[in-house]
Design a protein. Sequence first.
Length: 202
Amino acid sequence: MPGVFRTRAQASTEGEYRFFAGIRSDPFVFDLEGFKAGMAFTGADFFADKNVFAIVLEVPNSLFLEQPVGYWTTVLLEGRQVERMGRPLMNIVFTRDDDKNAYNAGSPADDRRDHTGKIVAALLGAGGGYTEHEATEVAGQLLPDLLTYDCAEPAGYLNGRQFADDIVDAQLAILTKGNAPSQGIKPHGDTLTVFPYLGVPH
């Protein structure tokens, strides 16, 4: 049923393939109020004491056959796609309010056709000093909206995502060509070095 979740952890931790699903500490850092106040950041981390229902899957790099891969997820409500996520904060940072529902209902296969112009407009309107050619190139790097990972390259956003990556700073730097202030938040200190890597719930 929509809105009903099982919170009992499910885990398989044997062999090369490991799986976990359950409540864990959320590693995301975000000065939400500062962002809403026009990037007037105070360093207050809204997610410092928050938990998340996490799905953790660990597989060997050899599974990817040395080829880059891309991931995206969706949320369905009564069979209708109401949310999607590939690269973090794409919809929040790069689209206008009246475009967000259409973006969430879309597919990465159509992103360059449907959203290149909107991403370019956002980049040009953010005051970072992009030329139209530069903004188009950046939009081409961000779209399609997939979280890409190439195991032959060092991990870290834009190549995958690590717990210590400040995704908000990274995306705002892209939006403003490096002219956005840092939100000034350190990574959470409760992540683990062993599976499932996310900290114990608060």
